[in-house]
Each structure stands twice: as C-alpha cells, then as structure tokens.
Design a protein around this ligand. Structure first.
Ligand code: ZN
Length: 242
C-alpha cells in the first residue's frame, strides 16, 4: 500500500523537473531587450555627439553601423552601457538634462566617448560575451538595473577594461580639442559628492588615471608649442566647442 504513493511522488517529481526545464528553455529563448524610449530631439543630440567622437576614432568609417538607444535605467548612477556589435544605450535622463545644461552635456560626452571606446577596443567581443539576443549583458549587477527581467544574467567588464575605455575616450577628447580638464572635473565632482562609483568603476582610480593622462596631453601640447614651426600645422578642430 505504501508503494503507490512513493511512485506517485516520484512521478510528480519527474513531472516537476520536466516543467521546470521547459520553463527554463522558454526563458532562455525569449529575446531580452533593454527597454528604450523614443525622443527625436534627444536621439538627434546623442547621434550628433557620437558622430563627432567616432569621426576621430578607429571606427571613423563605421558610424552607420552604430546603433544608439535611450533608456530610462532604473539604476540612477548608470549613464551608459555598450553591449558589443556597436550597440550603445545611454541614459534617457542624462540626455534630457544635457539638452539644456552645458555641464551635463559634458557628462554626456564623457559617457558617449567611454562607451564608444568599449566598442572600438572590442571589449565585448574579446570577453567572448554573448550578445543581447542571447540575454547576456556586459554589466555587473542585476537585470533590474537595466529594467530587464530577473533571469537575465549580467556580466561586467573588468576594472582594467573600464579604465582602458576611459583612457581611449580621453584620447578622442584630445583629438577633438576638448579640454581634458573637464573630464577630470567631472570625476572630482563625483568625489566631492562622495560618489565612489562601483567595484568596476572606482572613482578614485578613474580620477587618478584621468589626471595623469591630462598632464601627459598638456605636456605634449606645450612641447608642440615650443617646437620650431614647419608652417604646415593643421588648425585646431573647427568642431571645438569649449
Ligand atoms: Zn564602461
């Protein structure tokens, strides 16, 4: 008499396992997408800023392959994310404020340069991370940071790659003639507000590196100025805004 219930519970267990596996397969096959928002003015701002940066990057011939999206990330300190294949998501909130606030426009430019640098450095591809339609993203934390379902696993770039993206991004700023002191001041401002960043974006290390690179660029410029003129120097970029 006791055999039957045992069989039944084993059958039930197998049934439950089968159902769970089905649910998992279905979950994995759902194309997870970061929620995006549409706004013509903000999209125009984002694309025009990105175009200027890409024009001085290694990807200057591939601007048309870039896709930019605006997203209202639930995590407030998240300004941008690159997921490989030249797909970049930027905080809708940041872009909105940047439209009218010049200081925030520079934060947008820093963010866009940093994210483009992740792409040109091939960080997503180098890490062998699967792309968005596989439900994997390159960011530490939980899916809810991006407004994604709980089952989406997030991968982060290493701190080294984050610092590398900053260094490359600062190189683009330098080529554009943008003041690297502004980049430094943004990070100093983070520190003044006691924003230490996160494990992968430590404000102190980012600031220290930016100060070093900025000094290097300053030294290069002063040695250029003191070098004898050849009469063939290119004029400063006409796109310089600051
Ligand atoms: Zn990054």
């Amino acid at each position: 008499m006791t055999a039957k219930p045992i069989h039944r519970s084993r059958d039930q267990l197998l049934f439950c396992v089968a159902i769970t596996l089905c649910v998992l397969f279905v979950s994995c096959s759902i194309k997870a997408k970061i929620p995006t928002l549409s706004d013509d003015r903000l999209e125009h701002l984002l694309r025009s800023e990105a175009e200027r940066i890409i024009a001085v990057s290694e990807d200057r011939d591939n601007f048309s392959q870039y896709q930019f999206f605006l997203s209202d990330f639930p995590r407030r300190d998240l300004f941008g994310i690159s997921i490989g294949n030249r797909q970049i998501y930027i905080s809708y909130r940041l872009a909105s404020i940047a439209l009218t606030d010049p200081a925030q426009l520079w934060l947008l430019r820093q963010t866009v340069a940093h994210e483009i640098a992740h792409e040109t450095a091939g960080h997503a591809n180098r890490a062998g991370i699967k792309q968005v339609n596989s439900g994997f993203f390159n960011l530490g934390g939980s899916g809810s940071d991006l407004g994604l379902p709980w089952y989406v696993r997030l991968y982060n770039y290493s701190t080294d790659k984050e610092l590398e993206a900053d260094a490359i991004g600062l190189g683009y700023w330098n080529k554009l003639g943008w003041d690297c002191g502004i980049w430094v001041r943004i990070l100093e401002n983070f520190q003044e507000q006691n924003y230490i960043g996160d494990r992968f974006h430590p404000t102190d290390k980012r600031l220290q590196q930016a100060q070093n690179i900025c000094k290097l660029h300053g030294d290069e410029k002063s040695s250029e100025r003191s070098a004898p003129s050849t009469g063939n120097e290119n004029p400063r970029s006409s796109s310089q805004v600051n």
